[in-house]
Every structure is written in C-alpha cells, then in structure tokens.
Design a protein around this ligand. Sequence first.
Ligand code: ADP
Ligand code: MG
Length: 419
Amino acid sequence: MTQDFNLKSALKQYFGFDSFKGDQEEIINSVLNNNDTFVIMPTGGGKSLTYQLPALITEGTAIVISPLIALMKNQVDSIRGFVDDDSVAHFMNSSLNKGELNRVKQDLRDEKTKILYVAPESLTKQENIEFFKSIKISFVAVDEAHCISEWGHDFRPEYRRIKEMISGIDDRIPVMALTATATPKVQLDIQKNLGMSDANVFKASFNRPNLFYEVRPKIQAEKQIIKFIKENEGKSGIIYCLSRKKVEQIAELLQVNGVKALAYHAGMEAAKRAKYQDMFLMEEVDVIVATIAFGMGIDKPDVRFVMHYDMPKSLEGYYQETGRAGRDGGEGVCLAFYDYKDIEKLEKFTTNKPVAEQEIARALLNEVVAYAETAMSRRKFLLHYFGEEWDEENGEGKNMDDNMVNPKEKVEAKDEIKL
Ligand code: ADP
Ligand code: MG
C-alpha cells in the first residue's frame, strides 16, 4: 500500500504538520480500513485529527457527535480554515434556523461536506435519521465518548441513544469513539453501549513523568501555601478550591502577602474572567486561585505548580487539573491538602441526589481517600486507577512523588493520626 505516503502528505496539506503524534497514524489506518476504533488519549494528545483527516480523504461524510455547541463551531471554523472551503465542514444543532439547516442539507446532498458535527439531540430526530439514510456516511465518530457512562464525569443521557440512531441509519457504518477518560469502568461502558466490543483499541499512556505528586495533611494549609509560593517566586501556578468563598479568601490572603494573585470562579462576570485569564497567560499575575471553572481549554505551557487546597471529587478531576502543570515537559509540582472532614462535606452535598448517583459519587470519593492515604507511589496508584501498570523500578517518573522520596513508615502513619 502507498497509504503511508498519502497520509503524510495529507497531514501536511491539510494541517501543515510534518509528522504524526503518538498512534495517530495507526488510528487513522484503522478508520480507513472500516474498523470500529476506540481512542483513549489524554487531553491535548491530538484526538480530533484522527477523525478529521480520514473524514477529509474518504468518500462520503463523517458524522461527528460532540456535546458542546460552542466547541462545534470552533472545530468547524478551524477545518474550514485548513481546507479553505466553507462547505467542507458544517454543524447541525438547535442553534440553526430553518434556512441555515436547509443550506447544510443541500451541501450534504451535493457531496460537498466531508465532516458534519451533530449534537446528540439532533441525531435522535427522526427526520434527520431519514435524511442521513439518503446520503453516504463514511463513519460516525463519538467525541467525548465518556458522556455515555454514568461513571464518567459528564454523563449525558442522550449519549446512550447514539447506537440506536446509528443502527437506524445503517448498521454497517464504522464507529469511532474518543475520550480522555481512562478508567476501565468507563471504557467498558462505552464499548458495551456502542456495541463495539471488537473495536481496535488504542490507548495512550497517561503517565506524566515530569509531574511531582504530593499530598500533605491539611494543617495550616494557608501557611504552607504562602511558604511554597515564596520559595517559588515568579513561577506560574494554579490553586484549586471547591467553594467560591474559599477562592476569594485565599486570593486575598496571597495578595496581602505580596503575591501577584487573582481569584477566578463562575460567579464572576464573563468579561472579568476573560481578562484575568489573559493576565495569567501574559504573566501579569503569577497565581490564579480558582474553582474548577478555570482551566478548560487553557494551554499555558509553563504552569509550574497546581495545588488543591481541597481534594477534588474524583481522581479523574484530580488528573485533569494537575495535568495543567508542566505541559512544556518542565517542572510541575502537584500539591494537594487532605483532610477527611472535607470528604465528608463533599459526601453531604450529594445527599439530595438520586440514590444511584450518590453511590457513584461515594465510590469516586472513596478512591480519592485511598489515593490521599496510600503509602504506595502516587504515580503508581493513579496509573493503576486508569488501568495502566507502572513499574516503580524502571518506570518513567520514578521517584517523582512524596511516597517514593520519603517512604511512609508504619510508625509515622500512626503519628499522623495523632495530629
Ligand atoms: P485532544 O482532543 O486529544 O484533547 P486536540 O485534537 O484538540 O487534542 O489536539 C491538541 C493539539 O495538538 C492541537 O493544537 C492540535 O493542532 C495539535 N496536534 C494534533 N496533531 C498534531 C501533530 N501530528 N503534530 C503537531 N500538532 C498536532
Ligand atoms: Mg478533543
């Protein structure tokens, strides 16, 4: 096959890149050979290209299911930019009026469109299914596929109906699923639900060898934070807190201690948030104290530390948030403060939810507790949670967590409890 050469030149032609990242090429070949394909890769790994490139070079239109209308528009704009053609990519969701929808359908009928982003709600409409039956579909890609699973951090009931819709169009259409959620439970749910047990599975490593993981007892955490920042003056960092109130308190505390810090949470005006985000990117401030509202889509390569003033609700969340440190491969310290009382508080918040949800929330919290209290290498624990075996003796990132640097003695653990 001359496919290799063609793929490389298509990569250059459409995206301007010289080489594939990780398993991108193998993934694309799997899709081009009409296999069901399952891609598990950390955020920023380059998943989009693995459906965009095959979509552009095969016959028919690829349907991409994506949960966020705002992201759809960005993606469509960026593909139109690569290809310099407004018909090559479209989206179909509730934001389109009748006229716009008709134009999209006309381009699809004229075989001008290679990629169509569809919201799951739009896919489930019977008239759209009838329409999709009348055009040639190359494959269906389910982006953010963890939305299928109640064990994922962003469950969407409509996502569970995707398979039924695909079957309604044509059972033979190859399906691709993509996610950055690596837990075996979520993976199994996705494969079961989409009926893709025979899929080619591509799972990238979630190991981040340059990150140092540390968990400390939450005793005078404010003092510890200030000390850490003073010792790391001028470095960029993010401090996560669970409540807006705490965010504001810590930001103020840092400010009175002469640290260039700002608060960031969803209760603030959008304009202010955007401004603060820019100030962080432009290094006019060093530290952002934030709720988890901060960080989505932020790509600052030289964040040197991520702190958790409060433990997060799940290890997925913890991994995503700590993952914002050291993107450039340089130093990245991940420091969390743990107090079992905080976990109890988090558990209380879930008591007004349906029982099934409470149980899941509790199970996720138990994993957070186990991680915080473990004497094992934190990296080993985290990667094991994501279904990945990691070898303490030879693995990348060896001696890059507190438990490896200072192995906990049983005696010490007893002392800790006395505190
Ligand atoms: P994910 O969806 O896995 O989080 P994206 O698809 O958004 O990741 O890609 C992350 C970044 O990597 C994007 O800026 C993208 O342009 C870039 N990228 C993807 N593939 C390549 C490649 N082969 N070479 C260089 N950059 C790439
Ligand atoms: Mg993505």
